[in-house]
Design a protein around this ligand. Structure first.
Ligand code: GLN
Length: 562
């Protein structure tokens, strides 16, 4: 369990008022109401971005009310992507939004679940930290929640604003301790905290009206808990009329200008900060928190957005072949990284999703996935859909179509090459076939004796050395890089010579180690697999070098075939 870096104290006063004396840090709490999936993470990140462009130093924190210690053991269908931080945290995908929009420090201290909070409190109880006392949700669990907020602020000593997003929907039983904790937190720092509430204002077709009642009720529930929002952000199909805003303002005791509409964006999530800025959201937040800064500047952002909304150089199609394609968020960072690179190349992008378990053989692959200019096989686990991914890789290799394999996608590249170029019949990853005659991908030695499933993969940032002259080196433009990992299996070095003789270049190696982190196929326009997850480090204003080069190669292939 992580150390929150705080000096534990029985003295609540001391715990809560550590920051008195320094320039008070400000705290923005973001809750959500009515329904889930409103985009609280995105909204929080967009606000974080706007505050940063005003010169403020921010830190972001996500609380998740479920009992898993982290989302690492959850199926992507349940929870979407697991976002990995440099320090090896397996965290909520909203941290991906935080990374893409802001420069907030992101680590294990940036995400906490109820499971983690209770685990810490119970361990302390067993240690005897509360001897003689009854351990209770209030104050022990709420104190732990508050200490996490402070620990997040303290990650860097010049943090000015902490944005805390409370997962779940107001009214859920499981989020109550978090809401109680933030109520107390504000009570202790009345001038330094504000509450933002994101709700849903539906349009009822049959009535021909937008409805404010769910928002009113959601705010009522907050009030019962002792939280009065300072600003209400309304998710809606279209911008809200002044009349509707006035109604929400009156029922919810929020000034009308602090009722913000967050309409469904037409094309890109990167429109959100622009919409919020247009309604003076960041001005108002700074005013409420008594923060005096220059206004926000969105020049670079708007330029990027212009490329996204009106690309100059036609359109390319990328096929993503994976096993969780029906889930909106399972490959969130991969999709975003592709959009970033396309915007930088000023080209339109259509992503075509292919479920790999529908592809049974190479003929099916040719028929089902054809028509894209490049293909990407993302991370994954387990057997389902594996053979279909191999067919996709074979299709790309033999047709000279750009291919980008990420983690599992690199295993696919290697196994396909072993079977069809090296002629190693039945070659496989031991993740898929434990008894394969040719285990070209096998379990990392450090993983052999692992029994606990949570937090035990090879996780987080590792340095990687690149070979000059390779596609990878060309992309990064330097020899030493650092990328984030999340896997148990790796390339089996016993086969290294055989692969090299047939044209694989292992262009990236673990710095001062033997693990093969990048493989490229020589003579192919762009077929590259990486053992790490570059998608976690791509930003709209700073696309990841490998995605940038993959998109470039894809544009080239598209032009050639037109
Ligand atoms: N399942 C593979 C492994 O554990 C790949 C993991 C991934 O794609 N993140 O090595």
């Amino acid at each position: 369990m992580q150390d929150t870096g705080l000096q534990r104290s029985e003295d609540l006063e001391q715990l809560c008022f550590w920051d008195i004396g320094m320039t008070a840090c400000k705290y923005i709490f973001i809750t959500g109401g009515v329904v889930s999936s409103l985009g609280k993470g995105l909204t929080s990140a967009a606000i974080g971005y706007l505050l940063e462009t005003r010169g403020l130093k921010i830190a972001m924190l996500k609380f998740d009310p479920y009992l898993n210690v982290d989302p690492g053991t959850m199926n992507p269908f349940q929870h979407g992507e697991v976002y990995v931080t440099d320090d090896g945290g397996e965290t909520d995908l909203d941290l991906g939004h935080y990374y893409r929009f802001t420069h907030s420090p992101l680590s294990k201290a940036s995400n906490a679940t109820s499971g983690q909070i209770y685990d810490t409190v119970i361990k302390r109880e067993r240690k005897g930290d509360f001897l003689g006392k009854t351990v209770q949700v209030i104050p022990h669990v709420t104190d732990e929640i508050k200490s996490r907020i402070i620990a997040c602020a303290k990650q860097e000593n010049d943090t000015q604003v902490v944005l805390v997003e409370i997962g779940g929907t107001v009214g859920d039983i499981e989020s109550l301790p978090f809401l109680e904790a933030i109520r107390q937190f504000r009570y202790e720092r009345p001038k330094d905290c504000i509450f933002l509430h994101l709700t849903y204002v539906p349009y009822l077709k049959a009535a021909g009206e937008v409805k404010t009642k769910p928002t009113q009720h959601s705010v009522q529930i907050l009030r019962e808990i002792g939280i009065i929002p300072d600003m209400i952000l309304c998710r809606c199909d279209n911008t809200l009329s002044d009349e509707i805003k006035a109604k929400i303002s009156m029922f919810c005791s929020v000034p009308q200008e602090a009722v913000i509409d967050e309409r469904d964006v037409a094309v890109s999530i990167y429109e959100v900060p622009v919409d919020l800025h247009r309604q003076h959201t960041d001005d108002m937040i700074c005013r409420m928190l008594d923060l005096h800064t220059p206004p926000a500047t969105l020049v670079k952002w708007n330029k990027m957005l212009e490329n996204v909304l009106h690309p100059k150089d036609g359109k390319i199609r990328i096929g993503v072949v994976g096993k969780y394609m029906n889930h909106q968020d399972a490959y969130k960072s991969v999709f975003e990284a592709l959009y970033h690179a396309a915007a930088a190349a000023n080209v339109g992008l259509e992503i075509c999703r292919f479920e790999s378990d529908r592809i049974n053989d190479i003929a099916a692959a040719e028929q089902m996935i054809q028509g894209c200019d490049g293909y990407l096989v993302p991370g994954g686990f387990g057997e389902r859909g594996w053979e279909g991914m191999l067919c996709a890789a074979q299709y790309c290799r033999t047709r000279q179509i750009p291919y980008f394999g990420i983690c599992f996608g690199m295993h696919v590249l290697i196994v396909e090459f072993a079977r069809n170029v090296l002629g190693l019949k039945g070659a496989n990853s031991t993740e898929i076939d434990l008894n394969t005659q040719h285990p070209v991908i096998s379990m990392l030695s450090e993983q052999q004796n692992v029994v606990n499933m949570g937090g035990t993969m090879r996780l987080g940032a590792y340095p990687c050395d690149l070979i000059e002259g390779s596609l990878a080196f060309q992309a990064y433009g330097k020899k030493l890089i650092s990328e984030r990992h999340r896997h148990r299996y790796e390339f089996n070095n016993q086969y290294k010579d055989a692969f090299e003789q047939k044209g694989i270049l292992f262009s990236g190696r673990l710095d001062q180690g033997t693990l093969c982190e990048i493989s490229e196929i020589k003579g192919h326009p762009w077929m590259l697999g990486v053992q790490f997850h570059p998608e976690f480090k791509s930003k709209p204003l700073d696309p990841h070098p490998l995605f940038r080069e993959f998109i470039k190669a894809t544009c080239y292939a598209a032009n050639r075939s037109r």
